[in-house]
Design a protein around this ligand. Structure first.
Ligand SMILES: Cc1cc2nc3c(=O)[nH]c(=O)nc-3n(C[C@H](O)[C@H](O)[C@H](O)COP(=O)(O)OP(=O)(O)OC[C@H]3O[C@@H](n4cnc5c(N)ncnc54)[C@H](O)[C@@H]3O)c2cc1C
Length: 384
């Protein structure tokens, strides 16, 4: 396993650093620092997407013919690391990193020509319509139905947990087009314009009072049949392909490292650093993050070998059989301890924003026992 970077890669690192320094505005930086979620507000995220697109860096993972920069896996890693280090906004992940690769892999030339440039240039904001009430882990049991009528599909049903669906201009959905055979074989992948008549977006209020996720209801929504990606009833295969992309992205180790450092700074400034239990917990998280980084670098090293051998793609499918699945499972497993860091960081961020009192009052007023416990924790750990 080779984890060192060459002189060319170091030069590339400097180029990325310089471009970020010259194009990341103070407003973008401030808005990102104030975002309580892993997702940036769309206006900020899309402004950053446009800045990257101007440089030809709008979609690091895409092939050159669709506007990708033709980077090696190491360059991609460096780019992601520098972005995380500088605290850039998150671009529209559901567009660039999820539906984009599916359209590239399985979409028609017409779909590629229409949707991809709009994702690259930051024109369309996408959201993901997979989960349904009762179909989360058991996604293949999904019931939202798309019935073919002439040149259209008529969609009825409900999606849930749709991240930033209130801003979505387009949603990519898994829909049921057949009840024959195994549940997985009756699912199709549809691209739906969120302005279509019959779509209702209802916010779901979370513990912190934010409405980042939504329910999306479809009532006789007419979708042109040309918006079907690939073949009817093959959507499950495309969804699995998308998840492989999603999983490597969500490891997000560089962001976790930066935020862990930030958490330490806040803990020291607040005086809670002296609390041994708090320090123990941070140390455990630090070990988790280092282990995650090593694992991601190992995957990178494997990918670099397949890339150099001519495969030319940052693709988990290129790893030896069995290895890819084990690696992605491990990366996903590491999200769980990382979410503990995020929770603490979110709470600490509120201190920085000087609205901690407001958050505590809201949590205390809530009916949920978890919310009340969080309020107690905040009062104990973060002096008000
Ligand atoms: C912040 C957030 C944003 C999200 N954004 C989106 C989005 O944009 N689009 C989208 O489509 N989805 C989104 N999701 C949905 C997410 O992918 C689902 O939450 C996930 O698939 C799990 O489904 P569920 O919440 O219904 O949990 P469930 O499936 O009900 O699972 C609940 C618990 O039971 C366990 N469990 C389930 N089945 C079994 C079993 N057979 N054996 C043992 N244990 C089991 C699970 O591991 C889990 O701990 C989001 C979720 C969150 C939290």
């Amino acid at each position: 396993m080779d984890l060192t970077f060459s002189a060319e890669e170091r030069a590339f690192e400097q180029e990325v650093r310089d471009y970020i320094a010259s194009s990341l505005t103070p407003e973008m930086k401030r808005a990102t620092a104030l975002t309580p979620s892993v997702f940036s507000d769309p206006d900020i995220g899309m402004a950053w997407q446009r800045a990257l697109h101007k440089k030809g860096w709008g979609a690091p993972g895409w092939p050159v013919e669709h506007g990708g920069p033709d980077w090696t896996p190491a360059q991609r890693w460096i780019f992601e690391a520098e972005c995380a280090r500088a605290g850039v906004p998150n671009v529209n992940v559901m567009g660039v990193k999820m539906v984009g690769p599916v359209i590239i892999g399985f979409g028609s030339p017409e779909q590629q020509n229409f949707y991809l440039p709009r994702i690259l240039s930051g024109e369309d904001y996408w959201c993901q319509g997979y989960s349904e009430p009762g179909s989360g882990s058991d996604l293949a049991s999904l019931k939202t139905r798309a019935e073919r009528q002439g040149n259209s599909y008529v969609v009825n049903g409900q999606k849930t947990w749709t991240t930033l669906g209130q801003y979505g201009e387009w949603i990519f959905c898994l829909v049921r087009t057949s009840n024959e055979g195994k549940p997985q074989t009756g699912i199709s992948f549809l691209l739906i314009d969120m302005k279509s008549p019959g779509i209702t977006v209802r916010p779901i209020k979370l513990l912190d009072g934010e409405c980042e996720v939504n329910e999306v209801l479809f009532d006789n929504v007419e979708v042109p049949a040309e918006n079907l990606v690939g073949e009817e009833n093959k959507g499950w295969n495309y969804a699995k392909f998308l998840l492989a992309h999603e999983r490597t992205n969500i490891a997000d180790v560089n962001r976790a490292k930066r935020e862990l450092e930030r958490l330490k700074r806040i803990a020291k400034a607040e005086g809670v650093w002296e609390d041994m239990r708090f320090r123990d917990e941070i140390a455990k998280l630090e070990v988790d993050v280092i282990a995650l980084e090593m694992m991601v670098l190992r995957v990178l090293s494997e990918l670099a070998k397949t890339y150099e051998a001519g495969a030319g793609e940052w693709n988990l499918g290129a790893l030896p059989p069995g290895n890819a699945e084990a690696q992605t499972k491990n990366i996903v497993a590491f999200r769980i301890p990382l979410s503990r860091v995020e929770t603490k960081i979110k709470l600490s961020q509120n201190r920085e924003l000087e609205d901690r009192q407001r958050v505590i009052a809201r949590l205390e007023a809530s009916d949920g026992q978890d919310a009340k416990a969080t309020a107690r924790w905040m009062k104990r750990v973060l002096p008000t």
